[in-house]
Design a binder for this molecule. Structure first.
Ligand SMILES: NC(=O)c1ccc[n+]([C@@H]2O[C@H](COP(=O)([O-])OP(=O)(O)OC[C@H]3O[C@@H](n4cnc5c(N)ncnc54)[C@H](OP(=O)(O)O)[C@@H]3O)[C@@H](O)[C@H]2O)c1
Length: 222
C-alpha cells in the first residue's frame, strides 16, 4: 500500500519504521504540509500530528476521499465530520490510544462500571503519566477510560521524563480497592495498532464513516 504519513515525530517515525521497504510512503510535516494534490495516489493516510495541525488539515483530508487512520489527540472533533465521511463513503479509524492491549482494558472497565451493584458509592480515580512533551492533559485515553467507566472520575495527570503512557484506574470502596493499570513500554505499539487498522481498511472490513479503533478491534475478541 502507498501510505501518506502525517507527522514523523516520536510516533510517526515508528509508523515509518514499521512500513519497512514493502510499502511506499510519503512523509508530510511542517516543511511539506498535505494538500489534496500531494495526497493524490495514496491508498491511506496515517496521522500522528498534534491535534491543532490535524484539525487545520481536516477539510483537506476529508475532501481527498482517502481513508484515514488518526491518533491525533487534544482537540474536539467537529460534529459534522462523521456525516461528511459517511456521505463521501470514506472509512476512517480514530483512537486516543492505538495499543491493541487497550481493547482488553476496555472490556475490563466495562465490567468495573458495574461496581455500584456491589458497593455503596464507589469512588473512581484515574491517574495518568506521560512524557514532558505531551501537550494535552488529561490524556485522551484517561477521558476514554472515564467514558467507559460510566462514572465521573477524579482524573490526575503527571508529566515526567520520557514516559510513553501509564494509566491507572482505582475504584476505592470502604473495604477494598480495585486497580487496573496499563503501561505502554514502546511507542511502536501505537504504530502497530494504527497499521493494523490500515490493513483492516484495505481489506474492506471497516465501514464508511468515523470509526473508533475499539469498535473495530472488539470484533477480534467476540
Ligand atoms: N492515539 C495514539 O495511540 C497516540 C499515541 C502516541 C501519540 N499520540 C498523539 O499523536 C500526536 C503526535 O504525538 P508525537 O509525540 O508523535 O508528536 P511529535 O513527536 O511532537 O511529532 C509531531 C509531528 O507533527 C509534525 N507537525 C507539527 N505541526 C505541524 C504542522 N502544522 N503541519 C505539518 N506537520 C506538523 C511535526 O513536524 P515538524 O517537526 O516539521 O514540525 C512532527 O513530525 C499527539 O496528538 C499525541 O497525543 C497518539
Amino acid at each position: 500500500m502507498k501510505v501518506a504519513v502525517l507527522g514523523k515525530g516520536k510516533t510517526g517515525k515508528k509508523v515509518i519504521e514499521k512500513l519497512g521497504v514493502h510499502n511506499e510512503h510519503t512523509v508530510f510535516d511542517s516543511t511539506n504540509p498535505p494538500t489534496i494534490e500531494k495526497l493524490k495516489g495514496h491508498d491511506i493516510i496515517i496521522s500522528f500530528l498534534p491535534g491543532e495541525p490535524f484539525l487545520n488539515y481536516l477539510d483537506v483530508l476529508i475532501d481527498s476521499k482517502i481513508p484515514v487512520v488518526t491518533g491525533s489527540t487534544g482537540f474536539e472533533w467537529p460534529s459534522e465530520t462523521a456525516s461528511k465521511l459517511s456521505k463521501n463513503g470514506t472509512p476512517w479509524v480514530r483512537a486516543h490510544n492505538f495499543s491493541l492491549g487497550m481493547n482488553l482494558v476496555h472490556e475490563m472497565i466495562k465490567v468495573l462500571a458495574k461496581a455500584d451493584k456491589l458497593f455503596e458509592s464507589p469512588n473512581f480515580k484515574i491517574h495518568e503519566i506521560h512524557h514532558i512533551m505531551k501537550i494535552d492533559a488529561p490524556s485522551g485515553t484517561a477521558i476514554s477510560w472515564q467514558d467507559w467507566s460510566k462514572h465521573k472520575c477524579d482524573i490526575t495527570s503527571a508529566r515526567t521524563g520520557d514516559v510513553v503512557g501509564d494509566h491507572k484506574l482505582t475504584i476505592e470502596t470502604e473495604t477494598e480497592d480495585i486497580i487496573v493499570q496499563h503501561q505502554a513500554k514502546d511507542r511502536g505499539i501505537f504504530a502497530a495498532g494504527a497499521l493494523w487498522s490500515a490493513q483492516k481498511i484495505m481489506a474492506g472490513e471497516v465501514p464508511a464513516g468515523l470509526n473508533d479503533f475499539n469498535d473495530i478491534a472488539i470484533k477480534e475478541l467476540l
